[in-house]
Design a protein around this ligand. Structure first.
Ligand code: FAD
Length: 532
């Protein structure tokens, strides 16, 4: 792959900042560092966003439930970031209405929920307050939603995004702004550190595609490896601080579970919050919060208990839809990097981020997708304390530019598509627009067009088929067969751009099918037992 050789040839300089990890945290740090005029190298051992940042609930939110744990500061910051992202990244971050029914059987005091919503909506007063819904509103807004035992019902707004696309958009905008002063390389693992007088000043890296190795120096080395952070910290003597907590989701066909806003409710088993919401043409149900005791490098997958738990939740709240495991089209599990405070209940652990300096290795972990900008600012402030050649960022440093009025060339597009393309691709939307003239068809019932996937195969650092079908686009989780039926057409459209011969193509399809089965399939016991 020529583009990889080209990047590999430019690695050898003394970088201001080396970022390890290409999830939302690493991508945010790269973006802020570029804004500060620094030279930055980011290396990611898998694909960009392939860790937790493509497996989240995709909500850009304050986290109403964090108020219950008295994390008011985290909630306030998250709400402010949500508002900011809605204003600068429309089409990528979109508002989402939430209906919150409280049932008698929930054992929850509706006054407390109302108080929580009062505080929550007060944190961003411009957005408007929550309001109460009656049974008539509910019947119109969420047909089929359980009305029995309903004590009270509320409505408020938050937002949602495509998490993996958010990561790529952050990287693409930053790399084009940096004009050669920043590089980001996927499938490149940090295997060890270089030190001078016991202080980390560089990394040993290995290209996981070719096995090629190199050593690269930097003024500041930032470990943004999320749930893997302890692994790298242990190389400089760090103790274990993270508690990996898995959260899983079920994806349903929209026709079987048609919701037009999110439904937030308490699970009938344990009163944990569960959400059901529309996303990219399907309906998502999540999530869980359980200790993840498997090797971190194995693809995380939903357990039988989690799948049953989520199905019970949705059956409870939509009793008339007669939903069964056969209505589930795919699943997804991700592992949260949570800093352990030793709480018994996983959901009681704080979702705050932390930054630690250990022998010159700056580790940034924990936190949320929503607050990636604040986490990046915090990391670079700490970097400034360690090395005054790194400027300290201002609080007001913004990553995405407020969009200009739509460029006139896009005016012939339907407004929703125009907004979506600008949100997902920023300034590159023009290139997709040109391709849309030749490839105007949508890809089955997904929100994507062939023009997008063809452009992505040519331009978005695709090394494996799963990069294309699971992260740049979410076809693998949106279509019931993971999009396997599309493969022949896809081959005809992108094989040349990817420069894979037939043997390589076949290997990629095998790899993709295996990942689908392990990470996005139904629990094996569900397949055996059939309907429930
Ligand atoms: P990651 O995305 O995991 O990135 C770390 C990267 O480091 C990985 O890609 C990994 O491959 C790479 N790496 C590891 N070791 C090395 C190495 N040696 N060399 C090079 N690279 C390496 N937040 C929200 O705001 N809203 C939500 O709705 C939400 N829902 C969630 C639901 C679930 C189920 C989960 C699990 C999390 C959720 N979160 C949510 C939290 C959010 O997803 C995470 O906080 C965030 O994605 C973490 O990003 P990260 O970049 O720190 O980690």
């Amino acid at each position: 792959m020529e583009w990889r050789d080209e990047i590999w040839g430019r690695l050898h300089k003394d970088w201001d900042v080396i970022v390890i990890g290409g999830g939302v945290t690493g991508a945010g740090i790269l973006a802020v560092a570029v804004r500060l005029g620094l030279t930055v190298l980011l290396v990611e051992k898998g694909d960009f966003g392939s860790g937790t940042s493509s497996r989240s609930s995709k909500l850009v939110h304050g986290g109403l439930r964090y108020l219950k744990n008295m994390q008011v500061q985290l909630t306030r910051e998250s709400v402010m970031e949500r508002e900011h992202l809605l204003s600068v990244a429309p089409g990528l971050v979109e508002p989402l209405g939430f209906i919150y029914p409280v049932y008698k059987s929930n054992n929850t005091n509706p006054w407390l929920i109302q108080l929580g919503l009062e505080i929550y909506t007060h944190l961003a007063p411009d957005v408007g307050k929550y309001r109460r819904l009656d049974k008539i509103d509910l019947g119109l807004m969420a047909p089929g939603l359980r009305a029995k035992d309903l004590e009270r019902c509320f409505y408020y707004t938050d937002a949602q995004t495509d998490d993996a696309r958010l990561v790529v958009r952050l990287l693409q905008d930053a790399l084009s702004e940096a004009k050669g002063n920043a590089l980001a390389l996927n499938y490149c693992k940090v295997t060890g550190f270089l030190k001078q007088k016991e202080r980390v000043n560089g990394v040993q890296i290995e290209d996981t595609m070719t096995g090629e190795k190199a050593e690269v120096h930097g003024k500041i080395i930032i470990n943004a490896t999320g749930v893997w952070a302890d692994e790298l910290r242990s190389k400089v003597g760090g103790d274990r601080r993270l508690r990996p907590l898995r959260g899983s989701h079920l994806y349903f066909k929209f026709e079987r579970l048609p919701v037009y806003q999110a439904i937030a409710f308490s699970h009938p088993d344990d009163c944990r919050p569960v959400f059901v919401y529309p996303w990219e043409g399907v309906t998502l149900v999540g999530t869980t919060d359980v200790d993840h005791l498997f090797p971190l490098d194995d693809e995380p997958s939903i357990s039988l208990e989690e799948a049953d738990y989520l199905l019970r939740a949705v059956q409870y709240v939509f009793p008339e839809l007669d939903l069964t495991r056969e209505d589930v089209i795919s699943t997804q599990a991700g592992v949260r990097p949570v800093i352990s405070k030793g709480k018994k209940d996983p959901s009681a652990e704080s979702r705050d981020h932390a930054v630690w300096n250990e022998h010159g290795l700056l580790t940034v972990t924990g936190g949320k997708l929503t607050t990636f900008r604040l986490i990046a600012l915090d990391a670079l402030r700490k970097a400034h304390k360690m090395d005054k050649r790194i400027p300290a960022p201002e609080d007001s440093l913004h990553i995405f530019e407020r969009p200009e009025p739509s460029p006139s060339f896009l005016s012939e597009l339907e407004p929703t598509l125009r907004r979506r393309l600008l949100g997902r691709y920023g300034k590159k939307a023009y290139e997709i627009f040109l391709l849309l003239r030749d490839f105007p068809s949508p890809i089955e019932e997904t929100p994507y067009f062939w023009a997008e996937i063809i452009w992505s195969a040519r331009n978005e650092a695709i090394c494996h088929l799963d990069d294309l079908l699971l992260r740049r686009f979410r076809i693998g989780i949106l279509l019931p067969d993971g999009g396997i039926g599309l493969i022949p057409k896809l081959k005809a459209q992108v094989q040349d751009s990817l420069d894979w011969n037939d043997e390589q193509w076949a290997k990629e399809v095998d790899r993709y099918e295996q990942i689908l089965e392990v990470a996005h399939g139904l629990p094996p016991q569900w397949k055996k037992r059939g309907r429930s």
